[in-house]
Design a binder for this molecule. Sequence first.
Ligand SMILES: Nc1ncnc2c1ncn2[C@@H]1O[C@H](COP(=O)(O)OP(=O)(O)OP(=O)(O)O)[C@@H](O)[C@H]1O
Length: 264
Amino acid sequence: MARTDTPRTPPPPAPAASPAVLALRGLGRSVGGATIVDDVTLDVREGEFLAVIGPNGAGKTSLFDLISGITPATRGTIGLDGHDITDAPVHARARLGLGRTFQLSSLWPAMTVADHVRLAAQAAEGVSYRLWRRAPRYAGQVAHVLRRTGLEHRAGTPAAELSHGGRRQLELAVVLVGEPRLILLDEPMAGVSAEDVPLLTALIRAVHQEERRTVLMVEHHMDVLLGLADRIAVMHHGGLLAVDTPAAVMADETVQQAYLGEEL
Ligand SMILES: Nc1ncnc2c1ncn2[C@@H]1O[C@H](COP(=O)(O)OP(=O)(O)OP(=O)(O)O)[C@@H](O)[C@H]1O
C-alpha cells in the first residue's frame, strides 16, 4: 500500500547549460600606467566556439597571454574547468587541457614537420626538450595528428619549405598532439594565401565540431568567423564591448563605431 506521508519527490532540476570551461572574472593587466586588459568577465562554455575581435591594439593577444599564462594578471581571476589557474605556470595550464597557437609563427625553420610534432608529443608527456628521444613510441601519435591536419605527405619537409598555410596547419598539429580541451588560436589566417584559407577553415571547423573541442579564436577575417563562431566577443581599449551572436554583433552600432570606419 502506498504511504500517504511520504514527502513528495521534488521535480528534477532543469537541465543546466553546459558548464563554463573557462571563467574570467574582472581580469586585467596594467603595465606601467597603461591598462592593457581591463576588467574582462566572460564565461566560455564547453564545446563553444568563441571568436574574439577588435580593432588593432584592442588587447586581444594580451588577453590570450593572460589566459595561457605568458604574462601575469594584475587583477581578477581565471578559472579553467573549475580550477583557479590565475597564478599557474604555462605548463600547468597545458596539463589541465589548454593549448595555444601564436600570431607569429613559432616553428623551427630547419626542423621537419614530423619532428615538430614528435617533440610536442614528448613535451606533452612532460619530457624535457633537451632529452630528444627518437623513440618509436611516438610514431603512431605523430602519424595520427599529421593525418588529422592534412600533413601526412609533408612529414619529412622542413618547416621553412611549407607555405604560410602549411605552417599554420603544422602549428595546429603541434597543439593538437597534446589533446587540449580548450584551444586558443591567435590569428590562424595571418599571412595565409586566399587559396589556403578554405582548407584551414575546414580544419579548424573539424577540430571544433568533430573533435568537440572548445575554441577561442582571434581573427580579423569576419567572413571566416561568421561560418565558425557561436558567439563573438568584441574588445576595445582592453575591455569587452560586446559578447553576442555574430548577427547581433554585426548589427551593433557601438561595435561599428569602435572600428571607426575600419572594415568589420
Ligand atoms: N608589454 C607591454 N608593455 C606596454 N604596452 C603593451 C605591452 N604589450 C602590449 N601592449 C599594448 O597593449 C595594447 C594591446 O596590445 P595587443 O597586442 O594585445 O592588441 P591586439 O588587439 O592583439 O592587436 P592586433 O590586432 O594589432 O594584434 C597595445 O596598445 C599594445 O601596444
